[in-house]
Design a binder for this molecule. Sequence first.
Ligand code: ATP
Length: 164
Amino acid sequence: MVREISAGGIVTRMQDGEWWVAVIELPKASQQAADSSALAAKQAKPVLALPKGLVDPGEKPIETAPREVYEETGLTADVITKLGDIKYVYTRTWAGGERVFKIVSFYLMRYRTGHIDDITPEMRIEVGRAFWIKLEEALHVLAYKGEKQMARKAMQYLNEHPET
Ligand code: ATP
């Protein structure tokens, strides 16, 4: 099976006594492609995900995560710790419909600078919009189980390390 390795970030920020996290809403076209049923496509529920992307040749995942975060959200952020890997299999809707085994490493990150959603026009193919939501809310509204688990781990880490 084809393999893909990606990396991404949970970018956190404390504001008004609460933790916030940067998420992206996929563009409408890719949301429909991701939906398996016609009914789901019609209902067009926004697909919320964490910023991530493929690890480039010669790049380390810990370098990919902040690069992808910047490209997809417009934010610069520093890595605090690795949270874990998520794994899934999907079928390509292009290139002969191959099955892909994918591993995505997620890093907990601290917001440094930038305005959310300040991204290049080219990036709009991948990102409908980027915005902050409460970390607590992310546990429920992120589209994928693996990413919800990462948000839960982030919350645990932040509770156990109040100095962050
Ligand atoms: P990348 O952001 O790593 O460059 P991509 O945008 O090309 O990747 P994915 O986000 O992996 O591709 O999406 C490919 C397929 O996998 C889509 O159908 C998507 O719905 C599905 N998918 C994405 N993330 C997950 C996940 N965490 N769990 C299960 N399926 C997922």
